[in-house]
Design a protein around this ligand. Structure first.
Ligand SMILES: [Fe+2]
Ligand SMILES: [Fe+2]
Length: 433
């Protein structure tokens, strides 16, 4: 049948995209729209000779509940946003948290959470072997529901106690995998018991995988950048003696210092994790230094030293280039990396380079890395010196504190002899051996 007339029904607030409206078109709006639509759908009103070609209430006033995920927000903010959406249907979900698994050390550590001030597990880590119930989840490769945390009351593990003390009464724990590799756990906690029903879990599973993908995407981006920077180094045939175990150790010393300063400087787990991930790239600018200077066995002349010192600024420039070329500007905390590369040779008394910044004008991440880097250089064997004992290195750090190095950062490291020794045992490969 040929179209004789076009009838369009639309609510008042809709944006109708029909153009041009043909002559003979009737447009019913507002209340009339709802009444007529109902009558037509129920068959009570048949409007021949019109043919109803379009009932198109095109609306643009719906807000995508997860639209925050489209932007360049830090991962933690995205998690908080996803949590808000989950609470619209499942208001009993009081906390969402992610822990990451370090496949080198087999340690689980807290990473991000949505619980704000009330977080019972800030800066927490535990070897997977000692977290029996979590290990069991991993072995079974299946999530775990605990609908009444009293079940765990007898547990003597610190994280179980802290979660219980905070008043959480139920939990749902999902293991996260990327390409079959275990990367960490995702926790949903509630203050109420028996809330994780089959129906709720079906919804949480979808959100759980969405959050896992967000985490994987963030980690993959950082991985791509680290790989890009390392590959650049290899292509230019860099033979920097500061590789391998030095980077393993100094990045862990950096994390140790950041963890120790967390309360005083209000550092969250995400920041600490970035300091750990980015600190091995502190000397990336040395790629730009000629081998004749970089690998010179003897002391450098004044002009050679000047060229060597440009590695700090060159490092930042290289990072900027790589971020632009690989479209990595989505990494929320990329400034932490820029600051580490550019300012790790600044001194708190202003005698450092490249800017001569003073005290807290030097970004904290650069002050942390400076202490970790120097401590490992002192306690490692070099072609020109033997490895110093920890005590001798501590004495030197104390002398440098307040002059070259930040006092808080030095104390934060020195206070943790047992952890330092553990790191030294685990990453004791001697690159000159
Ligand atoms: Fe350096
Ligand atoms: Fe270094």
């Amino acid at each position: 049948m040929a179209v004789k007339q076009l009838v369009v029904f639309t609510p008042l607030d809709s944006n109708l995209l029909i153009s041009p409206l043909k002559s003979g078109t009737f447009v019913f709006k507002g209340a009339l729209f709802s009444v007529l639509r109902k009558l037509i759908w129920t068959g009570l009103f048949k409007p021949p000779p019109f043919q109803i070609q379009a009932i198109i209430p095109m609306m643009f006033n719906h807000r995508d509940a997860l639209e925050d995920l489209n932007s360049h927000l830090p991962l933690k903010d995205k998690l908080v946003s996803a949590h808000r959406v989950i609470q619209q249907n499942l208001d009993f979900v009081a906390r969402i948290a992610v822990t990451l698994f370090d496949s080198q050390t087999h340690v689980l550590r807290t990473y991000i959470d949505s619980s704000g001030e009330d977080n019972p597990l800030n800066n927490y880590q535990i070897p997977l072997n000692q977290a029996r119930s979590l290990k069991e989840i991993l072995e079974k490769k299946r999530p775990r529901v605990v609908n009444n945390l009293i079940t765990f009351e007898q547990g003597n593990q610190e994280h179980t106690k802290r979660i219980g003390r905070q008043g959480y009464a139920a939990s749902y724990t999902m293991p996260m995998f990327h390409g079959g590799e275990f990367i960490g756990f995702l926790f949903f906690n509630s203050y109420q018991t028996n809330v994780f029903t089959e129906k709720a879990l079906r919804e949480l599973d979808v959100f759980g995988h969405l959050i896992a993908l967000m985490v994987i995407s963030e980690l993959s981006t950082i991985h791509v950048m680290n790989a890009a920077l390392k590959t650049t180094g290899k292509i230019t045939h860099l033979r920097d003696p500061e590789t391998g175990s030095h980077l393993d150790r100094m990045s862990r010393y950096s994390r140790l210092i950041a963890q120790s300063l967390a309360r005083q400087y209000q550092l969250n787990d995400e920041y600490i994790e970035y300091v750990f991930m980015f600190s091995p790239l502190h000397d990336i600018g040395k790629i730009a230094i000629p081998d004749s200077i970089l690998l010179k066995p003897g002391p450098l002349s004044a002009s050679e030293r000047k060229i060597m010192n440009t590695h700090a600024r060159r490092g930042r420039e290289m990072i900027d280039e790589i971020v632009a070329n690989f479209s990595l500007d989505g990494i929320a905390h990329i400034d932490i990396l820029r600051n580490i590369a550019e300012f790790h040779h600044e001194a708190v008394n202003g005698s450092g380079y490249p800017c001569g910044k003073i005290n807290h004008d030097i970004p904290l991440e650069a002050r942390i890395v400076a202490v970790a880097d120097i401590f490992d250089a002192l306690t490692s064997r070099r072609p020109y010196k033997e490895a110093w004992s920890n005590d001798r290195a501590f004495d030197t750090l104390r002398q440098l504190a307040g002059e070259k190095l930040d006092v808080d950062c030095v104390n934060a490291l020195i206070e943790h002899r047992a952890e330092i020794e553990r790191i030294q045992c685990q990453f004791n490969e001697d690159v000159y051996g």
